[in-house]
Design a protein around this ligand. Structure first.
Ligand SMILES: [Zn+2]
Ligand SMILES: [Zn+2]
Length: 179
């Protein structure tokens, strides 16, 4: 298991974009991008729209699916992201960047998130692009746990689902709810 800059930060940003439920304006996107170390994030309304459309595409890469399906989904994003990888030394250690400094912010985001998902699939494990198993939640997440078997977005969802399943069992067995 290996989470580098892209497999970690950029893939988590992709998950956050997937979890948006309404089209965000530039003002809503700004803190989200800042939280994931995206430098170029001054957006126009049109670019915010493009990022919303892109986020719906990213959504298809998360959740249970077979390996062929997942790779095809990520590949179609990589093809569209038209990134121009180059080696950067900004932190003193050579590593790949997937977008040039003069790319527009929406194009930059497409390149970075597509590369992030590809890194998770190739370096960490395709199944780590998850969806919360609690049906009413279904948030996208990147599973960075040691064994890569996380089924829920948070401990809270895992607990709530366990309680719900327990109650369901009690009902089916005719017990008093809450016992
Ligand atoms: Zn870097
Ligand atoms: Zn959840």
């Amino acid at each position: 298991m290996h989470f580098d800059h892209y497999g970690g930060e950029a893939a988590r940003l992709a998950a956050d974009l997937v979890n948006l439920t309404v089209p965000p304006g530039p003002a809503e996107l700004e803190p989200l991008l800042a939280g994931h170390s995206i430098v170029r994030r001054v957006l126009t309304a049109r670019q915010a729209e493009e990022i919303w459309e892109w986020s719906r595409r990213l959504a298809g890469c998360f959740g249970p699916q077979d390996l062929d399906q997942r790779c095809a989904a990520v590949n179609s994003l990589l093809a569209e992201a038209s990134s121009r990888p180059h080696i950067s030394l900004h932190d003193g250690r050579p590593h790949l960047h997937y977008s040039t400094v003069d790319a527009d912010p929406a194009a930059h985001l497409r390149a970075v998130t597509a590369a992030g998902l590809a890194h998770v699939v190739c370096s960490a494990g395709a199944g780590r692009l998850g969806r919360c198993a609690r049906g009413i939640c279904a948030l996208a997440f990147v599973d960075t746990s040691r064994n890569g078997r996380r089924a829920y977005c948070t401990v809270r969802c895992a607990n709530n689902d366990a309680v719900a399943r327990h109650r369901g069992r009690d009902r089916r067995e005719g017990r008093v709810p809450g016992h």
